[in-house]
Write a protein that binds this ligand. Structure first.
Ligand code: PEP
Ligand code: MG
Length: 552
């Protein structure tokens, strides 16, 4: 049986399924003579729990950014709450009982007291307290108070898991998570990323087709899944239950390849992107949204070299507001923590249509109303985006890039709009930074006048996806002509070289952000031509780093 979900952490897992079990065995009450010994045991357990939360917070901060990581900070505050602590110690001393029992009783007492208040906030807080202190019980009982104990790898199924539940799990045998909750901001989604455990969300786990082909429905995760063999594909979102031998073989090969990549990750992570002779190349990630930032950081991106902001404009009925954009750009800038963040203004049109902009019937959409042409036409929408970008610039290391440029006039026009926006923001009292301005070099026209364009801007980014389609007259979306879509073609390579030479002669840096920048041969060539920055799909970063480090 094959189900589909949304991947929140890439990777594969092939293992038996286990449904997360929320039943907890009762904590036993024991009389203790060594009361102070029990108090010490409790205090040590608090410290151990605190360290685990601290470790997870640091990991999450690094890998998923401060806003997502803050859930651990809140838990750490609860652990230090003096009222709970005093109550536990008091029960140990007055009743002369074991620490885990005193913790369990304290949680129950507080829960009873607080539940009388009948308030949503309070009941959420009871849940948080319970989770945090259950972790302490787990440490005190060395896990024996909980039922989720595995001695072989499992793919864990649940409706959703709270941070406390995930923290309490012994992760040694968790090969993956499959969750029915579908929010990419759910705790499981955030935590699986920081723990780097493959995970799918939004999988319908409530129904199951039985051996007779009948659909069995269940109110909780269907018990039918328990103990079955399954494959979790955290790249495609596939969840295969009872896989065939053939499917197992296919995934065995994929897992071996993935393991090789992971080794690469271990070797290349933290290393500098320099050639053998010591030349530094900036190695960035292409991102399409906030969801890609964590992957970029895990793969050691030195920044985001291309943020395709048009994705924020797609699949909706109207353009995003200034505030919505500002919040998103600021969040990404902050998650990137000072690394360079190149925001490309919306490249709408062509193969990325939106319902609220009428492009009319176009014979050749790729040659039509798209990119900077729409921006210069729909001024209000363009200025709204620029205001959001400049406002966010105060919170990170943002640069602005414009797509589909074909003339100097266009560049001068966008620069004057930037000046106007900056002036407006100054008048309104908004802080901003004077961002570097760059353009995509993705039309043959831009290549041919790159000497003139270089005088106008701080940087170029060569978009070989479009440059190849326009140069070779091959529609990049048409399968029938894909064999003509050859980024190794001399016509492309010569244009890259010409662009770099013209840029460098005019004090302008050059990056490349098309797909071909992940190809080993191309990487060697463009480094030889003098490229300054390379921006690729996040998962290709470390591979490209390895190639660069092997260039003399
Ligand atoms: C390109 O054209 O090479 C590019 C990186 O931009 P996009 O793929 O978004 O058109
Ligand atoms: Mg392009």
């Amino acid at each position: 049986m094959q189900l589909k979900g949304k991947s929140v952490c890439a990777g594969y897992a092939v293992a038996k399924l286990a449904i997360y079990d929320r039943t907890e065995t009762t904590v036993v009450r024991r009389k203790c003579q060594d009361v102070e010994g029990e108090v010490k045991r409790f205090e040590d357990a608090l410290l151990t729990a605190g360290n685990e939360y601290e470790r997870l917070y640091a990991k999450a901060l690094e890998e998923v950014g401060s806003s997502s990581a803050s859930i651990f900070k809140a838990d750490m505050v609860l652990l230090e709450d003096m009222d709970y602590k005093e109550s536990v110690i008091n029960i140990i001393r007055t009743q002369k009982v074991n620490a885990e029992y005193a913790v369990a009783i304290t949680i129950d007492n507080f829960a009873k007291m607080m539940s009388k208040l009948d308030d949503d906030y309070i009941s959420d807080r009871i849940k948080d307290v319970r989770e945090v202190y259950n972790k302490v019980i787990e440490i005190l009982t060395e896990g024996s108070a909980y039922s989720n104990k595995y001695n072989e790898p499992v793919i864990l199924l649940a409706d959703d898991l709270t941070p406390g539940e995930i923290v309490r799990l012994d992760k040694t045998y968790i090969a993956g998570f499959v969750i029915s909750e579908s929010s990419a901001n759910s705790h499981t989604a955030i935590l699986s990323k920081s723990l780097n455990i493959p995970a799918l969300i939004g999988v319908d786990l409530y129904g199951y087709v039985d051996g007779q082909g009948n659909i069995q429905l269940s109110e909780t995760v269907s018990p039918q899944f328990e103990g079955r063999m399954a494959i979790l594909d955290g790249y495609s979102g596939r969840f295969i239950v009872d896989p065939t031998d053939e499917e197992l073989k296919v995934y065995d090969t994929r897992i071996k390849k993935e393991m090789k990549n992971k080794q690469l990750l271990n070797v290349m992570k933290g290393k500098k992107t320099v050639t053998g002779s010591g030349r530094k190349i900036n190695l960035y990630a292409n991102i399409n949204g906030e969801k890609d930032v964590a992957t970029a950081l895990i793969n050691d991106a030195e920044g985001a070299g291309l943020y395709r902001s048009e994705y924020l404009y797609m699949e909706r009925d109207e353009a995003p507001s200034e505030e919505e954009q500002f919040v998103m750009y600021r969040r990404i800038a902050e998650s990137l923590g000072g690394r360079r963040f190149i925001i490309r203004t919306a490249d709408i049109g062509g193969d990325k249509q939106v319902s609220y902009i009428d492009t009319g019937v176009e014979e050749n959409p790729a040659l039509g109303y798209r990119g900077i042409r729409i921006s210069l036409d729909k001024r209000e929408m363009f200025e709204t985006q620029l205001r959001a970008v400049y406002r966010a610039s105060y919170f990170g290391n943002i640069a602005i890039m414009f797509p589909m440029i074909t003339s100097v006039t266009e560049v001068r026009e966008v620069k004057s709009i930037c000046e106007k926006v900056k002036k407006q923001l100054s008048d309104e009292g908004y802080p901003y930074r004077d961002c570097e301005i760059g353009i995509m070099i993705e039309t043959p026209a831009a290549v041919m006048i790159s000497d003139l364009l270089a005088k106008e801007v701080d940087f170029f980014s060569i978009g070989t996806n479009d440059l190849s389609q326009y140069t070779l007259a091959v529609d990049r979306t048409n399968d029938k002509v894909q064999k003509y879509y050859d980024p190794h073609h001399d016509a492309i390579l010569r244009q890259i070289k010409l662009t770099i030479d013209n840029a460098h002669a005019n004090d302008c840096t050059v990056g490349i952000c098309g797909e071909m920048a992940s190809d080993a041969d191309i990487v060697r060539k463009i480094v030889d031509y003098g490229i300054d920055d390379i921006s690729v799909t996040p998962t290709n970063i470390l591979m490209v780093r390895e190639i660069i480090r092997n260039i003399n």
